[in-house]
Ligand binder design. Structure first.
Ligand SMILES: [Mn+2]
Length: 330
């Protein structure tokens, strides 16, 4: 039987307290950290002096918010990470698998996995715990933990970080569910954050001029095909693949993919419309299956997922089309 969420939060609190009594705790964000993973790591790290948020690379938007809030974050080198001394616990936030952290985690340290992806490739050992909740953002889980166990940590700075993760992972609440709105309302309930102001700041210069150029080129290259019962729009771009996918979705795709190849690694980003998801498409499952069959790492959510591997782009594209075409419409 799976423990209730309250029970899981109590276990998390015990796990953190125990680790903190023995040494330092590293709170690891996934590589190329987005707002959700960075917001989760920093907010949770604020709950204890022994805890430190860390990770490999962070995205531009997250970096800007960190600078603005002057939030502490330890940048780790993927090849030779300098972990905090006397490491007694590793918490990994918002990652469905170890390789998503871009690090090789020391195995002799107890792990705590906190995530909201519907696929999980972690294998737990004695002393490890996992909180895997079906919510829109990992920051919602961290928020619930702080609310129940460390309420004084919920300062306006921490609330902004939690909200930023939630706003980003729900696509400005486009993919939100009841739990996302409940979290947002609880995060805002101290009345300190002016939401309209927050969003305006959040949206400021997200895209650079060169991003704009890359996106418009990607759109001009886009192509549509019938993959079984699904209308698929596809393109390639060296950057901002999720923005390209969003644009392709607006153009009426059931499923959109955008691919890129860099340093011998192909990456496919996939999105599915709500209608397609309700009719049976789960791009997270498709991509985790493809990663198992063809190698690399893949997975994510029903409507948004990614796959990185060493196959060439042509092979990646045809594997995806073949898999999608095999999904029957409910
Ligand atoms: Mn997330």
């Amino acid at each position: 039987m799976i423990d209730s969420q309250d029970m899981q939060l109590s276990k998390l609190d015990d796990w953190l307290t125990n680790a903190a009594s023995k040494g330092a705790i590293a709170i690891v964000a996934h590589k190329n950290g987005d707002m959700d993973t960075i917001g989760s790591a920093i907010s949770l790290a604020a709950s204890r002096p022994e805890a430190m948020a860390c990770g490999v690379h962070i995205c531009k938007l997250a970096r800007r918010l960190l600078e603005k809030l002057d939030a502490p974050f330890l940048h780790l080198d993927a090849q030779s990470p300098r972990w905090p001394k006397k490491l007694a616990g590793i918490v990994v936030v918002d990652s469905a698998a170890e390789d998503q952290t871009g690090l090789e985690l020391p195995r002799d340290v107890p792990r705590c996995i906190i995530d909201h992806h519907s696929t999980s490739d972690w294998s737990l050992e004695e002393g490890d715990i996992q909180l895997l909740w079906p919510v829109s953002a990992t920051t919602q889980i961290i928020h619930q933990y702080l609310l129940k166990h460390k309420k004084n940590v919920l300062t306006s700075k921490v609330r902004r970080l939690l909200l930023a993760g939630l706003v980003a992972d729900t696509g400005r609440f486009r993919h939100a569910d009841a739990s996302s709105f409940e979290s947002a309302s609880q995060i805002l309930d101290d009345g300190i954050i002016d939401y309209a102001d927050f969003i305006e700041e959040f949206e400021e210069d997200i895209l650079t001029r060169s991003d704009n150029g890359a996106i418009s080129k990607a759109l001009s290259r886009s192509d549509g095909i019938d993959a079984g019962p699904w209308w698929l729009l596809k393109s390639s771009a060296g950057t901002q693949e999720s923005v390209v996918c969003r644009a392709l979705m607006s153009a009426g795709a059931d499923v959109a993919i955008c691919m890129r190849r860099r340093e011998g690694i192909s990456r496919l980003t996939a999105r599915a419309s709500r209608g397609a998801v309700l009719a049976g498409v789960h791009v997270g499952n498709i991509l985790s299956t493809l990663a198992r069959t063809h190698g690399g790492e893949g997975g994510g959510h029903d409507g948004a997922a990614g796959w990185s591997c060493s196959l060439d782009l042509m092979a990646v594209e045809s594997a995806f089309i073949h898999a999608l075409a095999g999904v029957e419409k409910k």
